[in-house]
Design a protein. Structure first.
Length: 241
């Protein structure tokens, strides 16, 4: 499921559905070069339409393997999910591999949060690019502080087992939490098994300071080009004949 933003499976009308959030959280599903829809991405409007098409369901399972993405997209998805919850749908979130950055906002929307023995959760201070003079940079700082204080911390505190100061410390340190650390920090269900999923390769990892070495190795392996020599071998065989 390379770079696949989402996929909905196992829909049981009026009962339940499984939603897979695998890959970067993005704004638009339009290819920048061609202007056409990219089948590996999903825009917010398309995402909303898919949720609307689910109809009335009692349970939505969200399985996540994401390096994060755009903050305002993630918060909009949280609002959509909150409307589902207000309508009576129970949301169950799972970390299949990695749930990082803005992906953790969505994770915390679960009525119950479920992690496996090899799940990893990363929280950090929000990041944004800024250009301009001191006033422009101050506006950017103000926006980032608002995101942290008005969105991130309230979402985390709903599930926190620790006090707000500890959560802020983890955010400041760009913390990569293994299953036990997540269980110690947040109210989660620890599933006594390991979930095997491919590493979610993304340019976003270049923005992170403390990526674990084991994950770096997995990402490097995932990004290595897989060369197909079959056509060359066929031609070589025909020449020998």
């Amino acid at each position: 499921m390379k770079n696949k933003f989402y996929e909905i499976k196992n829909i049981i009308p009026n009962a339940s559905a499984d939603l897979y959030l695998y890959g970067e959280i993005v704004t638009d599903d339009t290819d920048w070069w061609t202007g056409e829809k990219d089948s590996n991405l999903i825009g917010l409007q398309s995402f909303k339409e898919e949720l609307d098409n689910l109809g009335n369901i009692s349970d939505l399972n969200i399985f996540m393997n994401t390096p994060g993405g755009e903050v305002f997209v993630a918060t909009t998805i949280c609002s959509m999910l909150q409307r589902l919850k207000d309508a009576g749908t129970k949301i169950h979130t799972y970390v299949d591999g990695l749930c990082a950055s803005a992906g953790t906002f969505i994770l915390m929307m679960g009525d119950d949060v479920n992690i496996y023995e090899n799940s990893v959760v990363m929280i950090h201070k929000p990041i944004n690019a800024c250009y301009g003079n001191a006033l422009d940079f101050q506006k950017c700082i103000d926006v980032l502080n608002t995101i942290e204080n008005s969105t991130m911390i309230p979402l985390y505190m709903k599930k926190a087992k620790v006090d707000e100061e500890k959560i802020k410390e983890l955010i400041n340190d760009e913390s990569w939490l293994g299953a036990k650390e997540v269980d110690d920090t947040f109210d989660v269900n620890l599933i006594k098994e390991q979930k095997q999923v491919a590493a979610c390769a993304s340019n976003l990892f270049k923005n992170y300071k403390n990526v674990p070495k084991s994950l770096k190795n997995m990402l490097k392996k995932a990004e290595e080009p897989k060369l197909d020599y079959s056509d060359f071998e066929k031609r070589l065989f025909n020449i020998k004949k």
